[in-house]
Design a binder for this molecule. Sequence first.
Ligand code: HEC
Length: 135
Amino acid sequence: MSRKHRVQSLKSKTKNQRPKTKIAILVSFIAAAIACNPAAPPRRSFVIAESKSYEASLFRQNCAICHGQEANGKEIDGKLIPSLRYGEAAKKSEAEIYDQIANGKLPMPSFKNQLTEDEIKKMVKFIRRDLQGKE
Ligand code: HEC
């Protein structure tokens, strides 16, 4: 088959395609274009409720009651419990966050007797890496 011949037969194939097929091709092109959009945000923020990690379940058991289900902070009896994602929490060092969890700071209780040292370290990492997007 010559090149010209092949192009022609290809053209006639496209022409004979049913409209449904053409629509399907168009739709898949649009979908691909949307998926490749460089302006789309790179990563959704971490959703604690959807996470099956050990740290997320520790958070749900020990911290969510005050800091909120998604650690965005909460108001209890007119007092604001801070977010662990933004604000002051995001300015704290690893050591300061560790100290806050282990020793507490009124009205936040100490977790030294509820969590092991390893669990507190895991929570520090969880706050910094998963919630604040730091290394
Ligand atoms: C009884 C409510 C309560 C519980 C439970 C609680 N917190 Fe807190 N937490 C607070 C309050 C209130 C503050 C603000 C303290 C202050 O004013 O300095 C705070 C502050 C913090 C801070 C410092 C944030 C900042 O903005 O300075 C961190 C980090 C933190 N909590 C982590 C945790 C973790 C992790 C847990 C679970 C293991 C937890 N907290 C459980 C009430 C609570």
